[in-house]
Design a protein around this ligand. Sequence first.
Ligand code: 2BA
Length: 107
Amino acid sequence: MKLLLAIVNNDDAHSVNSSLSKEGFFVTKISSTGGFLMSGNSTFLMGIQDDQVEKAISVIGNHSKKRVQNIPFDLSHTGTGAAQPTGQVTVGGATVFVLNVEDCRHL
Ligand code: 2BA
């Protein structure tokens, strides 16, 4: 068994969530914050069988778009405090971690 941790843009979260559920996956969605942009994203937790990993990743990938986002403030912490865009980064589609699960019990 595996645990998938998938970090997804908030704008894609509803579509990813409903598509995974429709495909029969059990999903937990957690509200999270990216450490670099400090903006909200969504993290999905999914306990799944090994042979379902590629299918789950494919569903997530099909509903997660890449976006170019402005860096909203000075991340170099030079102390200007200016709320000016200082550049752009490409965010997403999704970042997916696949972890081995030793045991899982529904009690
Ligand atoms: P954030 O940390 O807010 O990062 C947003 C985007 O900023 C990243 O997009 C990447 O393009 C850029 N970025 C992040 N850290 C950077 C750095 N130290 N220097 C330069 N650019 C940087 P994605 O790579 O698509 O990541 C989207 C979100 O997924 C991230 O939001 C973070 O919440 C999560 N994430 C991505 N890689 C991760 C990792 N290795 N571990 C934990 N979380 C990760």
